[in-house]
Design a protein around this ligand. Structure first.
Ligand SMILES: NC(=O)c1ccc[n+]([C@@H]2O[C@H](COP(=O)([O-])OP(=O)(O)OC[C@H]3O[C@@H](n4cnc5c(N)ncnc54)[C@H](OP(=O)(O)O)[C@@H]3O)[C@@H](O)[C@H]2O)c1
Length: 326
């Protein structure tokens, strides 16, 4: 008997993304099978597509790190979810498809009052920001927080979460329009790095306690310069280079901490703990209307190639979503 199939986006390096029929997966003992309503597009997907971010062992070959949808079936050991539950979930891959597998602990209820399309943009960004700025960066209420790439999916999430947490937030972005969005989301000031020097601005503002950085090399020493005593510099990416040059005396005299992490390679147990913490701390912010995912563009699943082109052009602000079902 032939195996059931589903539509999924297939990628071959250097070629346009296309929809193809592939085998529909079935859940392992600790997994759930999600009928996907919408899938989030993340910059790491573009890096994977270019062949520079291979899926970790055991992950699907197809792209897609987050979805929202309805649980269709559950594995033998899963007790917390049942068919029909509406969830959003962090995935090791495979989200650009009609069905996706998630570890049961990486799924979270869709928080009220969000739609499935909005919820699809939560898991990858919220868990990344929570892990890096709040856990590792130990951001506290009353502290000053600088987000580079403030208008990105990650940035729009980080600004709102930090403001809701009680931090004073600053951001950098590449256009005045993106800067206005960051300020609308609660940033005290957003700096257009193409026309202003963020180092000079932040010095004048009195310095920073925590920085979330995705830019890397050209910002390294400037970041060290503007951090206050006991400041924390948190890396989630290095879009403009990973080899850095800077003055280590700043690190010693100000007793700074530099951290970095990448979510995809972490264990299922760690992701389950992170998801629990996020539901406890961030879902109430959403319910109270203090944070919502900013959706820049929505494309049908079959137009994933256009969605990637839009992200590649970097003229979006917030999240790009693939609509899989209505
Ligand atoms: N460590 C982790 O676990 C983790 C998890 C998820 C994402 N990430 C990383 O976080 C970053 C943001 O992800 P995202 O999905 O939010 O992406 P995104 O929405 O595409 O945002 C990236 C933004 O970075 C800015 N940028 C600066 N230098 C750039 C360059 N050389 N090339 C392209 N963009 C540049 C652009 O904004 P401007 O126009 O304002 O410059 C762009 O909009 C990505 O680098 C991603 O790989 C890390």
């Amino acid at each position: 008997m032939s195996k059931p199939t589903m539509k999924a986006v297939k990628s071959v390096v250097g070629q346009p993304l296309v929809l193809a029929d592939i085998e529909k997966p079935s859940p392992g003992p600790e997994q759930i099978l999600i009928r996907v309503g919408a899938a989030g597009v993340n910059r790491p997907d573009l890096i994977q597509r270019a062949g520079r971010y291979p899926p970790p062992p055991g992950a699907p070959e197809t792209m897609g790190l987050e979805v929202a949808g309805t649980v269709e079936s559950v594995g033998a050991n899963v007790t917390q979810w049942k068919p029909g539950d509406r969830v959003c979930a962090l995935l090791p891959g495979g989200g650009y498809a009609e069905h996706a597998l998630a570890h049961a602990g990486s799924a979270m209820p869709i928080p009220e009052p969000l739609s499935m399309t909005e919820a699809a943009g939560l898991p990858e960004t919220v868990l990344t920001v929570w892990n890096n700025a709040f856990e590792m960066g130990r951001l506290k209420a009353g502290e000053t927080f600088l987000v580079h790439g403030g208008a990105s999916g990650i940035g729009t999430t980080a600004i709102q979460m930090a403001v809701a947490w009680g931090a004073k937030v600053y951001a950098t972005a590449g256009t005045d329009e993106k800067c206005r969005l960051c300020e609308k989301l609660g940033a005290t000031k957003a700096i257009n790095y193409k026309t202003e020097d963020f180092e000079a601005v932040m010095r004048a503002e009195g310095g920073v306690d925590v920085i979330l950085d995705m830019v890397g090399a050209p910002y390294f020493d400037k970041n060290l310069t503007i951090l206050k005593d006991l400041g924390r510099l948190c890396y989630i990416a290095f879009l403009q280079g990973s080899k850095v040059e800077g003055d280590l005396s700043r690190l010693m005299f100000k007793r700074l901490t530099i951290t970095g992490s990448t979510l995809r390679i972490r264990t299922d147990a760690y992701k389950a703990k992170l998801a629990k913490d996020v539901v406890a701390h961030v879902w109430p912010m959403i319910k109270q209307g203090r944070f919502k995912p900013i959706i820049s563009h929505v494309f049908p699943l079959g137009e994933a190639d256009a969605a990637h082109a839009r992200m590649d052009a970097s003229d979006h602000a917030g999240k790009i979503i693939l609509q899989v079902a209505t």
